[in-house]
Design a protein around this ligand. Structure first.
Ligand SMILES: [Zn+2]
Ligand SMILES: [Zn+2]
Length: 366
């Protein structure tokens, strides 16, 4: 079939909207009519080259839609299902899946980073030339063929716009709090970066009962936004940020510090912002090949814990429906996360808005 998709030909060249060929789903694959796709920073990393990828590629990894066709051997989803898309599908059988770490699944990691389906080929092409899929989703397109394992059915009463956000920002942020860090009631939490993931961390911290939630960002507009999601304080990132965080936490530093940007210098600052015995959680994706200087002398003497969190240490089949239900019960304000919606042909404008820091999350709707 012919589809309309946003295509990235090379880093630095704006996305172009093009007509592509999409093959039908093969064994274990599903054709999804995309309803909404979030404007996430991880796609922008393809544009800057911070994430290297096979090209040309259709980005988009935060999506939701309706199943319109299924390939052979598909048993978990049916035509008509509303699905949120999981960008880290898991096999259920490898070492990591069996040790309850499905976001680290060894079966899918290679084909996904090669930009293909699990059989090593693409379903997307243009003029007979293969076009690669980002995260096996490529949902900056009106239709996508995805692995069955990427589809998490949600109740039809969950808006597909909200379901899309659950597919990345919400799961990454709320999961970092609940699954990775295990934030406890009464904790003090500092969050560096108030984009879609950082705001989701703030929501998660509120849900976990944190008593002080300090948001840090370099855009003034993020202050009221962070507070609307549960931040108790807002700091403009600067040279005195760590001192301010300590002042707000009886001189100690925060119990939990989250980095939701992916900058080595900020990751280093997070270590200083955490109290002795505290936990630093790295959620932002730093550029491939970058290095962060986290001094062992301090980590040992002050017993600080540093942990990465990838996709919120999620089990999407378990967590997506949980977050959808918390949304429906008013405990996760996901409507508030959607600042602006765009048509697919406004995708470059959507990214310009994301970089301006003026919006919480932008969403392409189809
Ligand atoms: Zn994302
Ligand atoms: Zn696995």
């Amino acid at each position: 079939m012919k589809i309309q998709a946003a295509l990235l030909h090379a880093p630095g060249i704006p996305f172009s909207i093009e007509t592509l060929d999409l093959e039908p789903p093969r064994a274990g694959e599903v054709l999804v009519k995309i309803a909404a796709a979030g404007v996430c920073h991880s796609d922008w990393h393809l544009m800057t080259g911070a994430t290297a990828h096979a090209l040309p590629v259709v980005p988009g990894h935060e999506g939701a839609g309706v199943v319109v066709a299924v390939g052979p051997e598909v048993s978990r989803v049916r035509i008509g299902d509303h699905v949120a898309l999981n960008w880290a599908p898991s096999c259920g059988n490898c070492f990591y899946c069996l040790h309850d770490r499905p976001s680290l699944c060894a079966t899918y990691i290679e084909p996904i980073w090669a930009g293909t389906m699990i059989d090593g080929t693409t379903r997307l092409s243009k003029g007979g030339v293969p076009v690669y899929h980002f995260s096996a989703l490529a949902c900056f397109a009106d239709h996508a063929v995805v692995p069955e394992a990427s589809c998490v059915p949600l109740d039809n009463s969950v808006p597909l716009t909200v379901a899309a956000l659950i597919g990345c920002a919400v799961t990454t942020g709320v999961g970092a709090v609940l699954n990775t860090a295990h934030v406890t009631p009464g904790s003090s939490v500092a969050v560096y970066g108030a984009g879609g993931v950082g705001l989701s961390i703030i929501m998660g911290a509120k849900l976990a009962g944190a008593s002080r939630i300090i948001a840090v960002d370099t855009h003034e507009a993020k202050g009221p936004m962070a507070q609307s999601f549960g931040a108790t304080d807002f700091l403009m990132g600067g040279t005195d940020t760590v001192a301010s965080i300590r002042k707000m936490t009886e001189g100690r530093g925060a119990d939990f510090v989250f980095e939701a940007i992916g900058l080595p210098a900020v990751q280093e600052e997070c270590l200083a912002a955490a109290r002795p015995g505290g936990t630093i959680v790295l959620a932002g994706v730093a550029p491939m090949g970058s290095g962060t200087n986290l001094p062992g002398a301090i980590i040992t003497r002050q017993e600080k814990t540093i942990t990465g969190t990838y996709y919120g240490s999620a089990n999407p089949a378990r967590d997506f429906p949980l977050y959808a239900s918390l949304y429906q019960h008013g405990q996760l304000d996901l409507d508030n996360l959607i600042s602006r919606t765009y048509r697919l042909d406004q995708i470059n404008e959507a990214y310009a808005d994301m970089l301006s820091g003026e919006i919480a999350r932008g969403l392409v709707v189809f």
